[in-house]
Design a protein. Structure first.
Length: 277
């Protein structure tokens, strides 16, 4: 089995979130894909097999299957383009069909995905109390312009917007407690964000659900954030930049383009780096 290691949403020749990419004639059994993802050890490994008219795709973290993963999709788009030439590719996921476009940019491969449909729901009460308690935050740490919400673009995420950048930088939580809470809520990640400007967001994503303490770049959550900002009538002017991984020393840069249609997919793009096997 040939496994490519590709860092997606890189910042030039630095950073990016590593993903395993397996392009096969036929998808292995689910148990084998889970075994390989655990051995690879990245937050996600993506498996793709041609259907003749597109690609059948599944995503696995080291501990569980994930319905949709943005950074692994960007890595896959770059790998498909490098293999067969730049272009757009249809991807059939477990619960939806999306597309990814691979292209050459400044000597490296980049990719842009069209996310699954988006939706969001503002939440309060015990859900917010439990999440704040997990990270040691208080209610007055919340940015009142960005209410806590369940956000979705192929996978569910809990979103919490913070007033201060330093509170985001200090993120820490008990892994076992976080994993239990995420599984209880049925969310892939808890996304913590600080709006530096209306169009620039610093973000951190706790990913204990998938067996990873923190994800350096989370394209699926960035897509869900774009849909949430649209639902809020936030002044995004059609595009935001998501800066993630800086507090981990792994800078990642995600571009999110947001159309006007409620619930529609959003476009998420970034560059990639091929890593040593």
């Amino acid at each position: 089995m040939n496994i490519l290691n590709i860092a997606a949403f890189s910042a030039g020749d630095r950073g990016g979130n590593p993903a395993g990419v397996v392009i096969a004639n036929v998808l292995p059994a689910a148990e084998e894909m889970q075994r390989v993802a655990a051995l690879v050890g990245f937050s996600e490994t993506v498996f793709a097999a041609s259907t003749g008219q597109g690609w059948r795709v599944r995503y696995f973290s080291p501990q569980t299957e994930i319905p949709f993963c943005g950074h692994a999709t960007i890595a896959l788009g770059a790998a498909l383009a490098a293999q067969g030439g730049a272009g757009a590719f249809r991807l059939d996921l477990n619960q939806s069909a999306i597309s990814v476009e691979g292209y050459r940019q400044s000597g490296s491969w980049g990719a842009a995905l069209q996310s699954p449909p988006t939706r969001s729901k503002v939440v309060n009460g015990a859900v917010v109390e439990d999440a704040l308690g997990l990270f040691g935050y208080r209610f007055d740490d919340i940015d009142p312009r960005l209410p806590p919400a369940l956000i979705h673009a192929g996978a569910d995420h809990l979103f919490i917007g913070l007033r201060e950048r330093d509170r985001l930088a200090a993120m820490a939580y008990d892994f076992a407690q976080g994993q239990a809470l995420m599984r209880q809520l049925g969310v892939a990640t808890i996304m913590l964000a600080h709006a530096q400007t209306p169009r620039v967001f610093y973000v951190r994503n706790a990913f204990a659900f998938g067996g990873i303490y923190e994800d350096p770049a989370t394209g699926a959550a960035a897509a869900a954030l774009g849909g949430f900002l649209r639902d809020l009538a936030w002044p995004h002017e059609g595009r935001i930049s998501v800066l993630q991984g800086d507090d981990m020393g792994v800078p990642c840069r995600i571009r999110v383009e947001i159309g006007a249609q409620e619930g529609a997919s959003v476009r998420v793009s970034g560059t990639t780096r091929l890593l040593a096997a």
